[in-house]
Structures are given as structure tokens and as C-alpha cells.
Design a protein around this ligand. Structure first.
Ligand code: DP6
Length: 325
């Protein structure tokens, strides 16, 4: 058995959303997207190729996983095994770290950490850009979790150039408050939801046109460190994604009454002079982009509506990194 190497990857929240694939097998997206990596949510994973086991074994938070979950990991490992000429089965141990029992396990940090760990264990030692093309094949949003800060996933023309690029390390006054409205598994996965939206929403072409413009504008705003502009574009782009999925057949909505209440509270905070902006993904939770120096003020205000355990402050996360115990 080779020496166990553990890798940590942080999750990311898209400010410009990825919603739709042009190639399902290769996970090639319909549009480029851009995210902020967060330091409060991460996954640590180790991979050890082990002659003593005939089949891959996958432990998540110390519990051996069933065949379905393991098969997903195995298919992903195969991408590396094929490249490295490895036939051996692997033992994969993964732990999700979230600050509360929120259950906000993320496929982005999970697949990025797995990619990072198997990259080391296989001896392939791919550079981060190439590694992001592999992480992509586990989950689209994982592409961006290879890097910290503000990260663009360039849609590319094919598998080799659909990768992540760091736009800015976000080492300025940037943070995010996550409002955990509901921590249950969502009814419609993003994978199914985006597929149906591409296939049936009449708004989809408009979404693609608008998102390309939002992406260019937010990159300019990030480079100028224009927080208000970054926030306004973030909020607008997220709402456009949700509007597009409302137009699908059947209509798709991830909102719950408390999601709407949370968005209203963000508008109230703005009225009070605190610059902050919301975004939502394929679930009811609301993420508030803010200045990190305002995050406690925002949390205090939201505590009038939500339990403090539902409110999680994050700063910008880093690139994936090897962890030594
Ligand atoms: C709304 O990356 O979870 O969070 O590629 O099918 O695994 P798959 O989907 P996933 O979708 C993320 C959708 C989103 C927007 C985003 O993160 O860009």
C-alpha cells in the first residue's frame, strides 16, 4: 500500500452560474461561470491504492458507503487509473467539514478533494489547471474548487480547455454569509434540473446571452475591486438563472418561504446602508455576498429572523492543498 496523502478542497459559490451542459459525458458547460471559494466549507480526502483490496472502498465521514456511492467514486478514479496505468483498487476516505450540522455537503469540494488526492496517489502530479479538467468530470462546479479566491470556469471548446482560471485571490474585504433555510436533500438535483431547463425553457437562449455579458462585467468589477458592482451583478445573475428554470416544463423552483424572507432581509440591510447581495443555487439556502468586515453586522441583523446556527460566515477560501496530519 502506498503512503496515504490527504488533500483539502474548499467549496465555492457561483456568482455567475453554471446551469446546463452541452456534453453530459464530458461535463462541458453551456456557459462559462465564476465563483468565490469559501473557507468555512471544505472536504478532506485521502486515496490509497491498496493491493489487499479487490474492490474500491469509499468511506464518507467514517462510514463505509453503499455500492451506488462507491461506483460514482470508482468511475472517477478510473479516469486517473487509465491515465496512470494503474489496475489496483483504492481505499478512499473523505470527511466533509461544515461549521454546524447544516448538512451542506458539497459536490464541488468533494470532487475537487478527490481529484487532488488521487492526483497525488496515482503519481500523475498534474498541474492545477489540468487537474481542474479532471475535477470537472466529477461535478461541474468542482472545476472551480481547485483554486481559491474568484475563479472562472472557462467553457472552452472541448475537454482539454474547459478548465478553471483564477481571476483574483480575493484577498480584499470579501465574505459570504450563508443562510441555511433548509438542510434537507433537494428534491430535484442540479444535474436533472439543468438538463430539463436546457431542454424546455424558452428563456434559455436569453439566459446564455445575458450571462456572457454578466461574466465580462463582473470580471471588470472584480479587477477594479468595485464591491457594489460585483454584488449587483451577482444578485442579478442568480435571479436570471432562477427565472430561466421557472420557465422550464415542468416549472422548477427551489425557493421556500424562508428563502424569500432571507432575500427581503438582504434588501432591508441595503436600505440600512449595509452593502450586501444575495444569490441562490439549486436549493432553498440563501448566500449573502458582503464585505467580510460587515459580516457580523449582517449576522446580527439576520439573527432577528433566523436562528444563529442557521447563519454561517465565510471568508475567501484557498487553492486545494495537501494536508499533513
Ligand atoms: C446552481 O456542479 O452540482 O450550483 O455538474 O451535474 O454535478 P453537475 O452539477 P453541479 O451544478 C451546480 C449548479 C449551481 C451553479 C454553479 O455552481 O455554478
Amino acid at each position: 500500500m502506498n503512503k496515504e496523502k490527504k488533500v483539502r478542497a474548499y467549496t465555492n459559490i457561483a456568482l455567475i452560474k453554471y446551469w446546463g451542459k452541452r456534453d453530459e459525458k464530458l461535463f462541458l458547460p453551456m456557459n462559462s461561470s465564476l465563483s468565490l471559494t469559501l473557507d468555512s466549507f471544505y472536504t478532506e480526502t485521502s486515496v490509497a491504492f491498496d493491493d489487499s483490496t479487490a474492490e474500491d472502498r469509499f468511506y464518507l465521514n467514517d462510514a463505509l458507503q453503499d455500492d451506488k456511492a462507491t461506483a460514482k467514486v470508482s468511475r472517477f478514479l478510473d479516469l486517473f487509473r487509465e491515465e496512470a496505468g494503474i489496475q489496483t483498487a483504492a481505499i478512499v476516505k473523505s470527511t466533509n467539514f461544515v461549521p454546524t450540522a447544516a448538512g451542506l455537503a458539497s459536490s464541488a469540494s468533494g470532487m475537487a478533494a478527490l481529484a487532488g488526492a488521487v492526483n497525488l496517489a496515482s503519481g500523475l502530479n498534474l498541474d492545477k489547471t489540468t487537474l481542474s479538467t479532471y475535477a470537472r468530470r466529477g461535478s461541474g462546479s468542482a472545476t472551480r474548487s481547485i483554486f481559491g479566491g474568484f475563479v472562472e470556469w472557462q467553457m472552452g471548446t472541448g475537454s482539454d480547455d474547459s478548465f478553471a482560471v483564477k481571476v483574483d485571490d480575493a484577498s480584499w474585504d470579501i465574505g459570504m454569509v450563508t443562510i441555511v433555510v433548509n438542510d434537507k436533500q433537494k428534491a430535484v438535483s442540479s444535474r436533472v434540473g439543468m438538463k430539463n431547463t436546457v431542454a424546455t425553457s424558452p428563456f434559455y437562449p436569453g439566459w446564455l446571452t445575458a450571462t456572457a455579458i454578466d461574466l465580462e462585467n463582473i470580471k471588470t468589477a472584480i479587477l477594479k475591486k468595485d464591491f457594489e458592482q460585483v454584488g449587483a451583478i451577482t444578485e442579478s445573475n442568480g435571479m436570471k438563472m432562477h427565472a430561466t428554470m421557472l420557465g422550464a416544463n415542468p416549472p422548477l423552483s427551489y425557493w421556500e418561504p424562508d428563502s424569500v424572507r432571507a432575500m427581503q432581509a438582504v434588501r432591508e440591510l441595503r436600505q440600512l446602508g449595509v452593502p450586501c447581495y444575495f444569490t441562490m443555487d439549486a436549493g432553498p439556502n440563501v448566500k449573502v455576498l458582503c464585505r467580510l468586515s460587515d459580516s457580523q453586522t449582517i449576522k446580527n441583523y439576520l439573527s432577528n429572523i433566523f436562528d444563529p446556527t442557521q447563519l454561517i460566515i465565510s471568508g475567501p477560501g484557498k487553492d486545494i492543498e495537501e494536508i499533513t496530519d
